[in-house]
Write a protein that binds this ligand. Structure first.
Ligand SMILES: Cc1ncc(COP(=O)(O)O)c(C=O)c1O
Length: 446
């Protein structure tokens, strides 16, 4: 691989082994459609929508043009005590897409900020209703809600928590993980059925321990994405909804990955037919082009926060929270163009259709290869789980990922899994290529 002509000493790469990266770097200098161009002129198939972001594929002109127009019209405007036309329009579009009475959008810039924002809304909402004692959060083992202190605390990926010890929030508990590696190792586009009611531990164990009256919210990803695409048991999210309702607890869906089409519909909430009290989003909302995230809250939450201030003076701020770039006009212009493009090209429907193609190809092509101990697919995403190398957790998936990259396909290692989640514009030939390249790499590292 040709050495890049620039100095790599100064960027500390996130969630990346920096020392080995700099010896064998993966540097993109251009992208179009399904492919990247690397610094040394190679074409790489984007098998992961650039971390679940680029649903519509790369270099989409309607999005690029909207951004350029916006830059020449209103480049930036303060978000506090003022706003901009793009932010209102984007919020209206997102509210229209969200189910139920999820109609009030608080913008931020990332999934991590969205998770922390949702937790702060939960605390503020309960306090506004005179229940400030509700301050316990329930996450789930292997959940990922970003890297802020709130999201990290309710998250359940051990490596992300390990070194932050006492800085993690107190008064957090976790539901158990949702995977049965024996009965549900291979799952293609269906909901795993459990004999046991996995949500029952919330009501029978976790709530009594803390007392239900102290619980602010339960936060889960509808499908656990970052851990390696683990699917919820049939009826599980509905059960969480019922239990939360019974005890006045807010239910938050972290839809940073499942939002905007990955499951073939608007949100995971739609796929599973469960409306949470808050839904977080980021990633696909701007096709990854400009950072934007947010929390969609119910009318009830927004209303309670306003009502609590009914007797406050006009100038009283109802919620002391926000970011300098909340509702940035350029990001919101990108979101408007992205959501329009998704609709014009029926890309969510396409994601659902190509998801079936991907699921069949993964199961058909990889199931019998050495060390493959599971394959889970749903929507336009799938994970191939591998037996670990003894004494070297994560090594096999990392080696496979590197080999795939050298062979022209970007996949994602997640623990012992290789995850693929291509853009919604993916064609069958791309799916076949991904599966071939992953299959060869699995055999190479057997
Ligand atoms: C479910 C979920 N929540 C939150 C985040 C954090 O998003 P960000 O990296 O934009 O902060 C991610 C990122 O992958 C995610 O998958």
């Amino acid at each position: 691989m040709a050495d890049p002509t620039f100095n790599m000493d100064h960027q500390w790469l996130p969630f990346t082994p920096n020392r080995s990266f700099k010896k064998d770097p993966r540097i993109f200098v251009a992208a179009d459609g399904m492919h990247f161009t690397t610094h040394d002129g190679r074409q790489i198939l984007d098998g992961i929508s650039s971390l679940w972001c680029v649903g519509a594929g790369h270099n989409r002109k309607p999005i690029n043009e909207a951004i350029k127009r916006q830059l020449d019209t209103l480049d930036y405007a303060t978000a506090f005590q003022a706003s901009n036309d793009q932010a209102f329009q984007a919020a209206e579009m997102i509210a229209a897409m969200a189910p139920g009475d999820l109609n009030r959008v608080l913008f931020c810039n990332s999934g991590s900020e969205a998770a922390d924002t949702s937790m702060k809304v939960a605390l503020a909402y309960h306090r506004a209703r005179g229940e400030g004692h509700r301050n316990v959060f329930i996450g789930r083992e292997k959940g990922y809600h970003g890297v802020g202190f709130g999201g990290m605390s309710v998250g359940g990926i051990p490596a992300n928590r390990k070194v932050f010890g006492s800085a993690l929030l107190p008064r957090v508990d976790h539901l158990r993980f949702i995977h049965d590696p024996v009965k549900h190792a291979f799952i293609n586009g269906v909901e795993p059925e459990w004999a046991e009611d996995l949500a029952a531990e919330l009501e029978n164990r976790i709530l009594p321990l803390h007392d239900p009256s102290n619980i602010a919210a339960v936060i889960v990803e509808p499908v656990a994405g970052s851990a390696g695409w683990y699917l919820p048991p049939k009826g599980y999210l509905k059960r969480l909804r019922e239990i939360c309702d019974r005890h006045g607890i807010l239910l938050i869906f972290d839809e940073v990955i499942t939002g905007f089409g990955r499951l073939g519909c608007n949100f995971g909430a739609d796929y599973y037919g469960v409306v949470p009290d808050m839904l977080t989003f980021a990633k696909c909302v701007t096709n990854g082009v400009i950072p934007l995230g947010g929390v969609v809250c119910t009318d009830r939450i927004y209303g309670a926060m306003m009502d609590a201030n009914a007797n406050s003076p006009d100038y009283a701020v109802e919620f002391f929270h926000g970011y300098t770039y909340s509702g940035h006009p350029v990001a919101c212009a990108a979101a408007i163009a992205t959501l329009e493009l998704f609709k014009q090209e029926n890309l969510f429907e396409r994601a659902g259709q190509m998801g079936a193609v991907l699921g069949d190809a993964l199961h058909g092509g990889l199931k019998d290869l050495p060390n493959v101990v599971g394959i889970r697919s749903l929507g336009l995403a799938g994970a191939v789980e591998l037996a670990p190398v003894a004494g070297a957790p994560g090594k096999r998936a990392y080696d496979i990922f590197m080999t795939c990259f050298h062979n022209g396909v970007l996949v994602r290692p997640a623990g012992e899994n290789i995850v693929v989640c291509p853009p919604y514009i993916v064609e069958k030939e791309h799916v076949d290529r991904m599966v071939d390249v992953v299959g060869d790499a699995i055999c190479k590292h057997a």
